[in-house]
Design a protein around this ligand. Structure first.
Ligand code: ASP
Length: 436
C-alpha cells in the first residue's frame, strides 16, 4: 500500500503540531473576538467546509463498507458473537464507571449548593431556550427512548437510514450482509474483495482530509470560543464547569488508562499519543460521528486490528459515550443542588443508571447529550415520587446551555477515546493474522 515514508512523516508532523498550535491559536483568537463583541461566523463556515462536511460525507459509506468487510471476515472465524458481547460489556461498564465518577465528584464538591443564593436565583429565573427536541417533548420518556433505539436497530428501510445518517440500522444491515457474503462461498468472496478495495480507498480519502486538520481545528476552535469565551469558566457556572472538566480529565487520564493497563492493552499514554489526531478532531468538531473516519484511521495505524476497528469504532461512535454519561450525571445532580433538591443513595443510583442509558441514546452530534439529559431528569423526578415540591423542571436544563459548547468539545474527545481503547482491548478477540 506503499505510501512514501518521508511524506507520511511530514504529514504526521504537520497534522500533529499544526493542530496543537491551531488549538491554542484558535482559543486565543476566539477569546479576543469574544471580548471585542465580534462574531466568528466566517470561521465556523471554513471549519464546516474544510473538515466537518468532508468527514460527514465519508461517514455513511465508511460505516457501510467497513462493517460489511469486518462482519464478513469475522463471520468466517465464528467470533462475531463473542466480539459483540464483549464490546457491549465494555461499553456499558466504562460508561457506568464514568457516570458514577461524575455523580461522586459533583456530590462531593457540590457546586450547586455553594453558589451565591442571589446568583442561583438569577440563574433559575432566566434559563436559555431549550433545544427544539426538548421543548417539543420529542425526547419523550425513557421507555420511548428505548423503543426508538430498538426501532433504529432494526429499521424497515436501510436507504432511509442512510439518508438520515442514522448509524445503528446501517450497522445491523451491514453485519447481516457481511455474514451473508461470508456464507455465500466463492461468489461472495468476489464481492468481499471489492468491498475491501473500497475500504482501502476510503482510508486514502480520509488521509487526504487529514491534511487540512490544522486549519479545520483553528477555524472550529475559534468559532466555538468566540461564542462562549473563557469568562464562563470563572462565571457563576464556573465551578460546575470545572467539575465536569475535572471529571472528564480524570476519566481520560486515570480511569481509562488504568482499565487499559489492567486488561493488558499496553501503555495507555503511548497509545493516546498515537491516536492524537482523532482526539483533536473530536475536540474541534464536537461530534463522534464526524470524527469516525479519523478514529478508524488512527486505530488501524496504532496497533488495533482491522477487524476490531471495523466493528468496535462504528458501534462505539453511536453507543459508547463515557464523556456524555459523566457529563449528564454531573449536570443533573448540579441542577438538583441548585434547586435545593436533596438526592439520596437511591436517587444517585438512578442518576448513574439513566445517565448511562441516556448516553447510549445520544447521537454522535454536537449537544446531543444536552437533549437526552431530559431522560435523566424524568427518572430522578420519578424516583422522588413526582412530588411537585421536589421536582426538577425540565426548563432547568436551559441554565447550562450557554456553557455547553466547551464541555461538549472535551466530552466528545473522551467519548472517542473510549471507542479507541475498546478497539485496542478487543483486538485479541478479533486479530487480523488468521484472516483467510
Ligand atoms: N457531542 C457528543 C458526541 O458526539 C455527544 C454529546 O453531546 O455528549 O460524542
Amino acid at each position: 500500500m506503499g505510501a512514501d515514508p518521508t511524506s507520511t512523516r511530514t504529514k504526521d508532523r504537520w497534522v500533529t503540531f499544526g493542530s496543537l498550535v491551531a488549538m491554542v491559536l484558535g482559543a486565543a483568537l476566539g477569546e479576543w473576538i469574544h471580548r471585542n463583541g465580534g462574531t466568528a461566523n466566517g470561521f465556523a463556515l471554513i471549519g464546516e467546509m474544510l473538515l466537518v462536511r468532508p468527514l460527514l460525507l465519508l461517514v455513511v459509506p465508511l460505516i457501510l463498507f467497513s462493517v460489511i468487510g469486518g462482519a464478513a471476515s469475522l463471520g468466517a472465524t465464528g467470533r462475531l458473537g463473542l466480539l459483540g458481547g464483549a464490546t457491549l460489556a465494555f461499553f456499558l461498564s466504562t460508561m457506568g464507571i464514568a457516570a458514577a465518577l461524575g455523580a461522586l465528584l459533583v456530590t462531593w464538591i457540590a457546586p450547586g449548593s455553594s453558589i451565591d443564593p442571589a446568583v442561583a436565583a438569577a440563574l433559575k429565573a432566566a434559563p436559555d431556550a431549550l433545544p427544539a427536541a426538548v421543548a417539543s417533548g420529542e425526547v419523550g420518556t425513557l421507555n420511548d427512548a428505548w423503543r426508538s433505539i430498538l426501532y433504529q436497530l432494526v429499521p424497515k428501510n436501510v436507504f432511509g437510514e442512510m439518508v438520515a445518517a442514522r448509524p445503528l440500522g446501517l450497522i445491523t444491515f451491514s453485519i447481516l450482509l457481511g455474514l451473508g457474503l461470508s456464507a455465500a462461498g466463492a461468489t461472495g468472496r468476489t464481492a468481499i474483495d471489492v468491498i475491501e478495495g473500497v475500504n482501502q480507498a476510503l482510508m486514502r480519502a480520509i488521509g487526504w482530509v487529514l491534511w487540512v486538520l490544522p486549519i479545520g481545528v483553528l477555524a472550529l476552535v475559534t468559532s466555538t470560543v468566540a461564542k462562549t469565551g473563557f469568562e464562563s469558566l470563572s462565571g457563576s457556572l464556573g465551578t460546575y464547569m470545572l467539575v465536569v472538566l475535572g471529571g472528564l480529565l480524570l476519566h481520560a487520564f486515570v480511569v481509562l488508562p488504568a482499565i487499559m493497563l489492567a486488561l493488558g492493552g499496553g501503555n495507555p499514554y503511548a497509545f493516546l499519543w498515537r491516536v492524537r489526531r482523532a482526539m483533536l478532531t473530536a475536540f474541534s468538531t464536537s461530534s463522534s460521528s464526524a470524527t469516525l473516519p479519523v478514529t478508524m484511521e488512527a486505530c488501524e495505524s496504532s496497533g488495533c486490528s482491522r477487524r476490531a476497528t471495523r466493528f468496535v469504532c462504528p458501534l462505539g461512535s453511536t453507543l459508547n459515550m463515557d464523556g456524555t454519561a459523566l457529563y449528564e450525571a454531573v449536570a443533573v445532580v448540579f441542577l438538583c443542588q441548585l434547586f435545593g433538591i436533596a438526592l439520596g443513595g437511591t436517587e444517585l443510583a438512578v442518576v448513574v443508571v439513566t445517565a448511562t442509558l441516556a448516553a447510549v441514546g445520544a447521537a454522535g452530534i454536537p449537544s446531543a447529550g444536552l437533549v437526552t439529559m431530559v431522560l435523566v431528569v424524568q427518572a430522578v423526578n420519578a424516583s422522588l415520587g413526582n412530588d411537585p415540591a421536589r421536582s426538577l423542571p425540565v426548563e432547568a436544563i436551559g441554565i447550562i446551555i450557554g456553557v455547553d459548547r466547551i464541555l461538549d468539545m472535551v466530552r466528545t474527545m473522551v467519548n472517542v477515546q473510549g471507542d479507541m481503547i475498546g478497539a485496542r482491548l478487543l483486538t485479541p478477540l478479533a486479530p487480523d493474522d488468521d484472516e483467510g
